[in-house]
Design a protein around this ligand. Structure first.
Ligand code: CMP
Length: 226
């Protein structure tokens, strides 16, 4: 396991090497296969997770079997803290988009561990505040932005975490999502999202590949996202 990945997580960022190693030692390693569900929305849960490798999607189900993806997390990101700070059922279903390795820690143990380490608690609050900001943006976009604007934003958000310079130029975003999952992330139908992606590709802004997109003209995509 790469300790540098854990160090990116807000839980670890401000820790001395020794303290980080002792927390890491108290954590359990979990492996998920692609498509495996870690927990369901509504479950009771007493653990917080940090993604070490792979991608995890967090989703909610609506009526008539409709799904909404709230987030796709990658290495260094954590989840499962809401039911720690606000005891209650899990607010989303968490499942693996790719094979994934996670570290988990019991809530009780973490609380004990946070006591006397205000800098770590502040890091966690920072992440929660960031999520609230992001959730506010998502709500506003659903009200004020059209689907192409939301698709552009989702691509940039995925690029900020999973983007890598492509050998042929541009930014390759290996998101590992199906078209259905991309649509669930954007909050629109698969048909509309497909049409939008095809339009972006026809304009030369992106190149579509299975479970991956290369952003060829980042400026235009950024402008469309505004
Ligand atoms: P918890 O409710 O314990 O389990 C599901 C987790 O999903 C939750 O904690 C958060 O860590 C995470 N989560 C819930 N809503 C969002 C969101 N809007 N963006 C990112 N992560 C979320």
């Amino acid at each position: 396991m790469d300790p540098d990945v854990l160090r990116q997580a807000p839980l670890f960022k401000r820790l001395e090497t020794e303290a980080a190693a002792s927390l890491a030692a108290a954590m359990t390693t979990i492996h998920l296969d692609r498509g495996e569900v870690l927990f369901h929305e509504g479950d009771t849960g007493d653990q917080l997770y940090v993604v070490v490798s792979g991608k995890i999607k967090l989703g909610r189900s609506g009526s008539a079997g409709r799904e909404n993806l709230l987030a796709v997390l990658g290495p260094g990101q954590m989840f499962g803290e809401l039911s720690l700070f606000d005891p209650g059922p899990r607010s989303t279903t968490a499942s693996a988009v790719t094979p994934a390795d996670l570290k988990s820690v019991q809530h009780d143990e973490l609380i004990e561990w946070l006591t006397g380490r205000p800098e770590v608690a502040r890091g966690l609050l920072g992440q929660l505040a960031g999520r609230l900001r992001h959730a506010n943006d998502v709500v506003s976009d659903l009200v004020f932005s059209d689907v192409p604007g939301r698709v552009a934003k989702a691509l940039l958000d995925l690029a900020s975490r999973f983007g890598e310079p492509a050998p042929t130029g541009g930014l390759n975003v290996h998101h590992d999502l199906t078209q259905e999952e991309l649509a669930q992330l954007v909050g629109a139908s698969r048909e509309t999202v497909n049409k939008t992606l095809a339009d972006f590709a026809a304009r030369g802004w992106i190149r579509l590949e299975p479970r991956s997109v290369t952003i060829l003209d980042i400026e235009r995509v950024e402008r469309r996202a505004r």
